[in-house]
Write a protein that binds this ligand. Sequence first.
Ligand SMILES: Nc1ncnc2c1ncn2[C@@H]1O[C@H](COP(=O)(O)OP(=O)(O)OP(=O)(O)O)[C@@H](O)[C@H]1O
Ligand SMILES: [Mg+2]
Length: 639
Amino acid sequence: MRAALAPALFAGPCCRFRPIGAYRGHASEVRTPYAAGPAWEGLPREGLAWEGRGLVPSSVRLHQMLLGAAMLVPAVLFAAAAWENHAAVWREGAALVQRTTAIMHEHARKVFETEELLLSLVDERISDMPPDAVSAPATSEFLRRVKAPLDQAVSTWIADADGAIQAGSQPWERGAEIASRDFFQQQRVADPSIQEGGTYISEAFTGRVTSVASFAISRRRTGRDGRFTGTIHVAASPAYFAQFYKQAAPPLSHLALLIRSDGAILARQPGATPGRLPPAGVLMQRIADQPAGGTFQAHLMLDGIDRMYSYRKVEAYPVYVVFGLDRKALVRRWHDNLLMYGLFAAAAAATLLGVSWLALRGAKAEEAALQDLRRESAQRLAAEDQLRHVQRMDAVGQLTGGVAHDFNNLLTVILGNLELIERAAMHLTAGSPIAAQAAVKITRLAGSAMKGVQRGAQLTRSLLAFARRQPLQPSVLDVNPLLAEFTGLVRQAVGTPVAVTFDAAPGLPPCRTDPAQLEAAVLNLAINARDAMPDGGRLRISTGTAELDCDALAGNPEAQPGRFVTICVADSGSGMAPDVLDKAFEPFFTTKPIGQGTGLGLSQVFGFARQSGGHVTLRSTPGQGTAITIYLPLNTVST
Ligand SMILES: Nc1ncnc2c1ncn2[C@@H]1O[C@H](COP(=O)(O)OP(=O)(O)OP(=O)(O)O)[C@@H](O)[C@H]1O
Ligand SMILES: [Mg+2]
């Protein structure tokens, strides 16, 4: 596991300063000690956590859903309205067809009743008349008078038993006869199967006298002895019916028919051609099935147009009224409605879309503003945090520096006096053996005290290094050869379980620093790495260059933004927990047992880097490893 060094720490040369990761969890961490800048930006704050997760993004999502709904809802409503309207148009169409058929039925009934009344009137008048009286002009005059107010009648005629015209409402040529007409023949044979109430309705024909299209409503004349004495008939006007149908029908493509129950067409609108419906046709079949009336949809053989039909028998007469509405007309009406609905839906959708889009834009602007606010707030908190660190470390530095300086002076005095004691002891050796013995003892004790003084001096040097008061001896330095040679010493220091590698960046520019302090810093880092890998692991020392800007160097007034030489020491060790990471650079902070660490290693690295006008960053992930990078300013002084 140790060998699996964190890729983040070993990926590429340590020459790029890339603050990554987050403070909590197991993500990689970057710390710039006592400096804000990018390293601190990745650190979330407890108090800010809720802002990132909740309200605004959901509000934007809500508005996006609203935008979708603004398109979807009118479309769905339109589809529903179209569906409903389709059924409504068809319902209305059926109602219209039935209503029109009812009107036609009522009209036909009244017309036929009126014609029958006329026939009765004439019959009553001539029933007891001798033939001569019937043929008298007075009868024709009577016929003219009774027919005159009736527009539905073209003419009225009385014929004798041979079919010769005896009287008429119109003038006629002598010898005119109707013997060949179907109604005359039917009346003569008095076929009971085709007569109702003695009234017979003929097929359509063109009047011989009037030359007008007509059909006859006829009645049989019978003498006292029951013999056939002729006919009375009214020539009814198909045009009159057609005219009425035109007015009664809705302004949609249609077909109105007045037919005899055997399929003979008496009147039609539109079109004037009489004819006969085939007995096997849909209508005649329907009539056969439902003689009273009904509705159906079909292409009638007449013109092949698809229609919705209704028909009804005119009571007491062998006649039907039929009305059909063009289905295409209904579809067109539906399409017209759809167009209107579509316009409304489009207008509603456009309005909704506009409003939703504006709302979405507003929400996005709000979100962006809140993000800015959140960023600013995070930056402010980080800056405050950093300031606190800087202040604390400055205070610790000053205190440390002051104490170390005075302590150093004391050590100098102690050392001087110990040397004097040593020298004085040497004079004693010339005396008595007891004096010589005392001199040996004094020299041993002084030597031991001097070792203590040297350790104290080493300590003060570390403290002075942290306080940036260590006298440096900077020189223009090519870091690669120095570290290449020093790596050997590092190997010895860390021991064999740790594999040490050195990656030198080619063409590394020289920097300006104290080589002895640099070696001390790298050694400190290497020893820390060794301590973090008790079971062995990998230690990589690498060099490179990096650019640091003001943000990266915030809180580090000693360094100037620009290019730096980097020395990165990375290990695959235990890494640091967040609380250790926070304090790692502080003097005397150590997690090692008493006697094994003074907590001055990283302080020296920190103080040295800063005092050299450079910088230091620390990246560590618990369980994965640590990488510490020292940034040293390039040598800009020309030699
Ligand atoms: N490479 C590393 N891996 C894990 N932890 C580290 C590493 N370097 C430093 N630390 C932690 O930071 C603490 C401080 O390190 P520092 O070098 O300043 O002191 P020390 O090593 O404890 O003692 P000294 O170096 O003075 O002997 C260490 O005790 C250790 O907990
Ligand atoms: Mg150490």
